[in-house]
Design a protein around this ligand. Structure first.
Ligand code: AMP
Length: 249
């Protein structure tokens, strides 16, 4: 069984992003970039399926600029066997990514595609769902447990009231939630080994996909800054403020 894992290069989660002065987006010049954390979980899960003998091959895919190669090398250091870069300088929105991934899925014929539930830069939470719709494959989002059983996959999802378990026929689309697993540390020997793994580059045009954005960002602004807190001398003063200033009691 082949598993396809889409990995996105995003601003590292430790970076405090700054809005550009012209309000067209956030400044990513000279900012540390990393693999989207939910995608690390997806690569880890696919690698565990391979280690269990369930998956035969794990293919990492990234869509975007040439530097996404670094993200693919990280995926290969975790355990992916090879990488495919769909290279473009065009700003990619979830629908364009889903179309590229659908074309690659037609070509690669994986039994499972494991994506992150959302990218921490745009927080769209759309690509997996759009991909499932384009391919007309079953989908299970926000997975906290994945078990492949013959030609089906059982996926446990955390929902408001508890846990929901779905059984999907393969091929299927899964998106990962935080509690699915804890990705391993990438070791130096594995980083060295990853450098020798195959990495293929294609363009959206090779896949007959027009990646042009369909949505226009009108304005990006910082959230309003919060005013400083005050220390009240005693409980009576607190109750007074809650009653007369905040008017919540
Ligand atoms: P989003 O819908 O943008 O929140 O992204 C959800 C998931 O889709 C991510 O966690 C990735 O697995 C995948 N994805 C989104 N954009 C890309 C990209 N440019 N390259 C590869 N995978 C992507």
């Amino acid at each position: 069984m082949k598993v396809l894992v889409p990995v996105k290069r995003v601003v590292d989660f430790n970076v405090k992003v700054r809005v550009k002065s012209d309000h067209t987006g956030v400044d990513i010049a000279n900012v540390k970039m990393s693999m989207n954390p939910f995608d690390e979980i997806a690569v880890e899960e696919a690698t565990r399926l391979k280690e269990k003998g369930v998956a035969a091959e794990v293919v990492a895919v990234s869509c975007g600029v040439a530097q996404c190669q670094e993200t693919l090398r990280t995926a290969m250091a975790i355990g992916a066997d090879r990488g495919v870069l769909a290279q473009t300088d065009v700003e990619l929105q979830p629908l364009a990514v889903a179309k590229i991934l659908a074309a690659l899925a037609q070509k690669e014929q994986p039994q499972l595609v494991i994506l992150g539930k959302q990218a921490i830069d745009d927080d769209a939470n759309q690509t997996g769902q759009m991909l499932a719709a384009l391919l007309d494959w079953p989908q299970a989002t926000n997975a906290s447990k994945v078990e492949v059983q013959g030609d089906r996959v059982q996926v446990t999802r955390e929902v408001d009231g508890g846990l929901e378990t779905l059984s999907l026929t393969l091929p299927a689309i899964i998106t990962t939630d935080l509690r699915l697993n804890e990705p391993r540390y990438v070791t130096l020997p594995n980083i060295m080994k990853a450098k020798k793994k195959p990495l293929e580059t294609v363009s959206p045009a090779d896949l007959n996909v027009d990646p042009a954005p369909r949505l226009k960002t009108l304005k990006v602004v910082e959230p309003p800054s919060r005013s400083a807190g005050v220390i009240v001398p005693d409980v009576a003063a607190l109750v007074d403020k809650l009653k007369n200033e905040a008017k919540v009691v």
